[in-house]
Design a protein around this ligand. Structure first.
Ligand code: SF4
Length: 295
C-alpha cells in the first residue's frame, strides 16, 4: 500500500521492476474522507482516487485497491470498490489484481480506531467478502492478520485467496529483541499464529498454501493477465505453481508434521492436475535442489 504518485514518479517505480502497486482509498465516501484528512498531502480525495489511473498511464498495469472498513457504511465502501473496478476495466481493460478490505483495529495514536463510527460486525464482514468475490471473481482477495484466526478460517471459504502468516507490524518489528516492539506496532493483530501454524491449518482444511508470484515474473500482467484470469484459465498455472512453491517450503522450512501433511496433499492434488507428468518432473527438480521453478 503506497502513496499516489505523479505519472513521472510511477515511471521511475516501474523502471525499478515493482510487482503490484496498491493504493487504499481508505473511504470512498468523500465527506468522511475530507473530515479525516482535513489538510496535508493526503487531503486531496480525487488525487488519491485517480492514483491508479496515473499508474496505468505510466505503464504499471498491475494494481490493487482497498478500503478501510469502519469509517463509513460498509455497503457504500463495497459499492466504491466495485465501481472503482468497473472504472479501471472500462478505461484500461484491466481490473484490480487484488482487493483488500481491512477492518479498523485499535491503533496507537488513532482515537477513531478505538471507536469506529461504522464498526462492521463479523456477520456483515462475511457478507462483504462474499459480495466482492461474486462481483469480481478474477481478483485476488487479501485478508490480513488483523482478523482473528477463526474468522480467517471462515472467510477463506467465501473467497479470500491471500492471507499472511507470522506477521509482525511496525517499523523494525521483525527484530527479535526490540523492547519497543509493541509501541511501534501500527495496530493490534487478531491472528498471532506463526507461518508454520498457518500453513498447517490450511493443509488440514484441504487448501494448498501457495507462495506463487509467477505471473509478475513471467510477464502475465495487465491485459495479458485478464485474458487468463477472467475465463478462469489461470487455474492451469495457479495449481501447479502452488504445488511447486509448497514443495519448496516443505523441503526448506517445514517441521516433520507439516511435511507429512503437505506431501500427502501434493500427492492428492497430482491426481487432479491436467499435465501430471510435467508437474511431477518439476517437483523432482525441486527435490534435487532447484528453486524458483514455475509455469
Ligand atoms: S499463477 Fe501464481 S501469480 Fe499467477 S494468478 Fe496464479 S497464484 Fe497468482
Amino acid at each position: 500500500n503506497a502513496a499516489p504518485q505523479t505519472v513521472e514518479g510511477y515511471k521511475i517505480i516501474k523502471e525499478a521492476g515493482i510487482g503490484t502497486f496498491q493504493i487504499f482509498q481508505e473511504t470512498y465516501h468523500q465527506p468522511t474522507y475530507k473530515k479525516l484528512h482535513p489538510r496535508g498531502p493526503k487531503s486531496n480525495y480525487a488525487w488519491r482516487l485517480y492514483g491508479l489511473d496515473r499508474a496505468m498511464i505510466a505503464g504499471i498495469d498491475d494494481v490493487g485497491i482497498g478500503a478501510l472498513f469502519g469509517l463509513f457504511n460498509w455497503k457504500f465502501e463495497v459499492m466504491g470498490l466495485i465501481y472503482h473496478t468497473i472504472h479501471l476495466e472500462e478505461r484500461f481493460g484491466v481490473g484490480p489484481h487484488t482487493i483488500s478490505f481491512p477492518r479498523i483495529e485499535p491503533a496507537v495514536g488513532s482515537e477513531i480506531s478505538y471507536n469506529p463510527p461504522h464498526k462492521v460486525s463479523d456477520e456483515d464482514f462475511k457478507k462483504l467478502v462474499a459480495i466482492i468475490r461474486l462481483a469480481v471473481p478474477y481478483t485476488g482477495m487479501i485478508l490480513t492478520a488483523r482478523e482473528p484466526a477463526q474468522l480467517r478460517r471462515e472467510v477463506l471459504k467465501m473467497g479470500v485467496s491471500q492471507i499472511d502468516g507470522g506477521s509482525s507490524i511496525g517499523i523494525g518489528s521483525y527484530s527479535q529483541d526490540d523492547p519497543e516492539k509493541v509501541r511501534k506496532s501500527q495496530f493490534i493483530l487478531g491472528d498471532n499464529r506463526s507461518l508454520e501454524e498457518v500453513i498447517q491449518d490450511l493443509l488440514k482444511e484441504g487448501y494448498i498454501p501457495s507462495f506463487c508470484t509467477a505471473c509478475y515474473r513471467m510477464g502475465r500482467t495487465g491485459e495479458h493477465f485478464m485474458e487468463f484470469a477472467i475465463p478462469g484459465f489461470v487455474k492451469r498455472f495457479c495449481t501447479p505453481n502452488a504445488l511447486f512453491t509448497l514443495r519448496e517450503y516443505l523441503n526448506d522450512y517445514a517441521t516433520e508434521e507439516t511435511k507429512r501433511l503437505g506431501y500427502e496433499l501434493i500427492q492428492k492434488e497430482l491426481e487432479r492436475v491436467n499435465n501430471r507428468e510435467l508437474v511431477e518432473k518439476y517437483l523432482e527438480r525441486i527435490d534435487r535442489g532447484e528453486r524458483d521453478v514455475r509455469f
